[in-house]
Design a protein around this ligand. Structure first.
Ligand code: PNS
Length: 172
C-alpha cells in the first residue's frame, strides 16, 4: 500500500481543542492520505462541552488553519472497533512528556490486544505548544485567566461564552 492510501485516526476528548492538538494534526496529516479526528462521545470525564461542540470547535479551527485531508467525527464505544470501521491503519497520539507515557503505552498495548492490526504512532508536538493541556486550559478559563494563546478562535469563543472576557485577557 502506498503512503497515499493510508488512513489514520487521532482520537481524544479534545475538551477543548488546543494549539497542541492542531500542531499534532499538522504533523500527522503529512503521514497519511486521510486523518480522522475522532472525538470521544461517552467519556467518563464529564466534559465541559458535549461531543458535538467539541467536534464543531475542532472542525472550525481546521477550516481556518488546517491541512487538507482531515475529517472530524464524534464516536462512541471502543476505539479499536471504531478504527476498524473507519479502516484506519494506525492511531495517532501525542506524547508531551514522560508523564504521558505510562497511560499511553497501556492504551496502545490494549488497543493492539483488541485489534492486533492496529498500531499506535506517537508524535511529539512542537516545544512551543507541548506545555498545553485541555485540563489546564479549562482550569485557567474557569478562574478567569487568559487562554487566548493556548486555543484556536472557535474554542476561545465558546470559552468566553462560559467564563467571560477574562479568557481573552480582557476585563472580567
Ligand atoms: O484525550 P484523551 O482523554 O486522553 O483521549 C482518550 C481516548 C479517547 C483516546 C480513550 O479514552 C479512548 O480511546 N476511549 C474509547 C474507549 C476505549 O476504546 N477504551 C479502551 C482504550 S484502551
Amino acid at each position: 500500500m502506498s503512503v497515499r492510501e493510508v488512513r489514520a485516526i487521532y482520537p481524544g476528548t479534545f475538551d477543548p481543542v488546543t494549539h497542541g492538538h492542531l500542531d499534532l494534526v499538522r504533523r500527522a496529516a503529512g503521514m497519511c492520505s486521510e486523518l480522522v479526528v475522532a472525538v470521544l462521545r461517552n467519556t467518563e470525564k464529564a466534559p465541559l462541552f458535549d461531543a458535538e461542540e467539541r467536534a464543531a470547535m475542532f472542525a472550525e479551527a481546521l477550516a481556518e488553519a488546517g491541512p487538507a485531508g482531515v475529517r472530524v467525527v464524534a464516536f462512541e464505544g471502543l476505539l479499536a472497533e471504531y478504527a476498524r470501521a473507519e479502516r484506519a491503519t494506525f492511531v495517532v497520539r501525542g506524547l508531551r512528556a514522560i508523564s504521558d507515557f505510562e497511560y499511553e503505552l497501556q492504551m496502545a498495548l490494549m488497543n493492539r490486544r483488541l485489534d492486533p492490526g492496529l498500531e499506535t504512532v506517537f508524535l511529539t508536538p512542537g516545544e512551543d505548544v507541548s506545555f498545553i493541556s485541555s485540563r489546564l486550559v479549562r482550569e485557567i478559563a474557569r478562574l478567569g485567566g487568559d487562554v487566548s494563546r493556548l486555543v484556536p478562535g472557535p474554542a476561545l469563543d465558546r470559552l468566553e461564552r462560559l467564563f467571560g472576557p477574562g479568557v481573552r485577557g480582557g476585563r472580567r
